[in-house]
Ligand binder design. Structure first.
Ligand code: GTQ
Length: 347
């Protein structure tokens, strides 16, 4: 391995002359910028337990009225990246959002894209560009970049969901901003998962001859995803991973541009060993319990716990129950890495 010169080897006067002109020599920084074989990763394998998150979020319900919060969210901040950096992984923002009966979160749109994964409570809804999406546990609802969205609650108990945003990626490009909007006119129709895109493999005929819409399907009901996972599990050998990707039904491609979303079923006693990937990921347990090994760190998880995995991590996840399946929701930044041309799978 080549031995590179250090900053200290350079004359002080030369260094200060460079600094004054906003110039920096690369060679002392070369290995930091381009480490050999694997990137330097500050992100640590981590689990946020629902038993810690939930009471603190409910307390925020008392401490932060909606008028003062706009969005009542506790952010899952990866300790390796630092609490100030408000990132679960380098590209993924995760927030846990609480809305109480009768409350609403005002209309806005922003350059980052968001999704919601519903954790608990009945009666919540999100309106996306006039489309009213009911929120049932496990439902995935997209609020892509630039689309108006607001949240509301017609039920009787607290409603909590997980937000996943590509905010760190967009903010890293100094391109993150929001616009306030008015209350939306809501269309009477049911959301598209119950009408135009009711079943995988069937799309409105006329969509074959028009330009593909970016976001034809906004809501993916958990009842359908869970049934699909179980049916897929019936024909999948025990050593293969039962994993379904959430895609755009018109293009078959990932449903959002930066972050990718998928659902995993681990059968009782099953262990999954995905190939090592260049992408980072967040794994949220929709239901079940188990143990993950992420870069050698053991993380136990149960219902509604959420884990972070760094880029290039070795990952193993086991369902420790002998009777109950475990269902995981995965967020990763593979779509962005693919578009940027450096996504890799190893081994
Ligand atoms: O619900 O629109 O967790 O704008 C962070 C920013 C949620 C939202 C977050 C947001 C939202």
């Amino acid at each position: 391995m080549q031995h590179l010169g250090t900053l200290e080897e350079l004359p002080v006067s030369y260094r200060s002359g460079l600094s004054e002109r906003s110039l920096v020599p690369l060679w002392p920084l070369m290995r930091d910028a381009l480490p050999y074989d694997k990137p330097h990763r500050k992100t640590t394998p981590h689990v946020w337990r629902w038993s810690d998150v939930r009471p603190n979020l409910l307390e925020a319900g008392h401490l932060a009225p909606m008028e003062k919060a706009e969005r009542r969210v506790l952010i899952l901040a990866n300790p390796g990246l630092g609490l100030d950096s408000i990132r679960a992984t380098p590209s993924i923002f995760i927030g846990m959002q609480l809305i109480l009966p009768g409350e609403s979160a005002p209309t806005h749109k922003h350059s980052p894209s968001a999704v919601r994964m519903v954790i608990e409570g009945q009666g919540g809804y999100t309106i996306v560009q006039g489309e009213r999406c009911p929120m049932e546990k496990g439902d995935l609802i997209l609020t892509p970049s630039g689309l108006w969205h607001e949240h509301g609650h017609d039920g009787h108990e607290p409603v909590i969901w997980m937000d996943a945003l590509d905010l760190p990626a967009v903010a890293g490009l100094e391109a993150s901003y929001a616009v306030e909007g008015n209350i939306q006119n809501v269309r009477e129709d049911l959301d598209s998962s119950q009408t135009r895109y009711r079943r995988a493999g069937l799309i409105p005929f006329e969509s074959l001859s028009r330009r593909k819409t970016d976001y034809p399907l906004i809501r993916f009901p958990w009842s359908e995803v869970k049934e699909s996972l179980k049916a897929y599990a019936n024909v999948t050998p025990m050593d293969s991973i039962v994993q379904l990707a959430y895609v755009n039904p018109e293009t078959g491609q990932e449903c959002m541009p930066v972050l990718g979303f998928s659902a995993i079923m681990l059968r009782p006693g099953e262990t999954m060993r995905p190939r090592r990937r260049s992408s980072s990921a967040v794994l949220h347990c929709i239901e079940g319990q188990g143990e993950a090994q992420i870069d050698g760190v053991t993380l136990r998880f149960e219902d509604s716990d959420t884990m972070a995995a760094p880029t290039h991590a070795d990952i193993e996840v086991s369902n420790r129950s002998t009777s109950r399946p475990a269902f995981l929701f995965q967020v990763d930044d593979a779509p962005m890495q693919r578009k940027l041309g450096f996504f890799e799978e190893f081994g």
